[in-house]
Design a protein around this ligand. Structure first.
Ligand code: ATP
Length: 245
């Protein structure tokens, strides 16, 4: 504990002529929750895609900088090797495989994950303890779950890779406040179990409650960073992201 789990240094990325990230640096120390705040189009999803190496699936590319996990570079790995190295992503909009069963969605999350059969069984136990509904609905098609349950499945699927760092893209998006709070509680629990979390959110109030450290991203650049409680108290964050006038 106390080291840097995930280190992003001077990362630039874009989609053709669109420069979506410019020289972004941030750090997720081991065992912590770090959040990245920012409005629509600030570059939050691009950042997560660049870290887990899925940017090319979206027509984008990293143009500079480095990403390391525990000192190991992730920059040249294909996405499945990034999962094996210890970083799993819950993408924006959940994207569960709706025609597949809940159990098969979870199995898909274990592909590429470290730990073999024993590791997978342990990961599945953990997911079922966190989200008992996923055990109850194991044989059901994922598309039949509610929005909140699909978010649980998306988080569960990422946890099947037994990640050291979990990347979460807008987990509260489109959920009723009560369900968003439930997901937030689970993120806290996942972190207390030892998984570091990089949380991207438009719901700044929720994110700042969960995180120990926060970064503000504006038009692809980090404009503010610091302890989450300090940012939550700053006039600029209160005005722009917490809706306090
Ligand atoms: P949101 O909360 O709306 O998802 P965001 O902060 O996640 O916003 P990104 O989705 O990372 O922002 O977008 C950053 C910039 O890159 C924006 O200008 C956006 O229009 C552009 N962009 C994002 N995805 C693509 C893509 N697949 N092709 C081209 N441009 C893209």
């Amino acid at each position: 504990m106390g080291g840097s789990a995930l280190l992003v240094r001077d990362l630039s990325a874009g989609y053709g002529p669109v420069r979506a990230l410019r020289h972004v640096s941030l750090e997720v120390p081991e065992g912590t929750v770090v959040t990245v705040l920012g409005g629509n189009g600030a570059g939050k999803s691009t950042l997560l895609r660049a870290v887990c190496r899925t940017l090319s699936f979206h027509g984008g590319a990293v143009t500079g900088g480095t990403v390391t996990l525990g000192g190991r570079p992730l920059d040249r790995l294909p996405p499945d090797r990034v999962v094996a190295a210890g970083v799993s992503q819950v993408p924006e909009g959940r994207r569960v495989f709706s025609r597949m069963t809940v159990a098969d969605n979870l199995r898909a999350g274990a592909l590429g994950g470290a730990g073999g059969r024993v590791g997978r069984a342990r990961a599945l136990r953990r997911v079922h303890e966190l989200f008992p509904v996923l055990a109850d609905r194991a044989g059901q098609r994922a598309g039949l779950l509610s929005g909140g349950e699909q978010q649980m499945l998306a988080v569960g699927r990422a946890l099947m890779g037994a990640p050291e760092v979990l990347l979460l893209d807008e987990p509260s998006l489109g959920l009723a406040p009560l369900m968003a709070a439930r997901i937030a509680d689970t993120v806290r629990e996942i972190n207390e179990q030892g998984t570091s979390v990089l949380l991207v959110e438009q719901n700044a109030a929720l994110a700042l409650r969960l995180a120990s450290r926060a970064y503000v991203l504006e038009v692809g650049e980090v404009t503010l960073s610091g302890p989450a409680d300090e940012l939550a108290a700053s006039d600029e964050v209160r005005r722009r992201y917490l809706g306090v006038v």
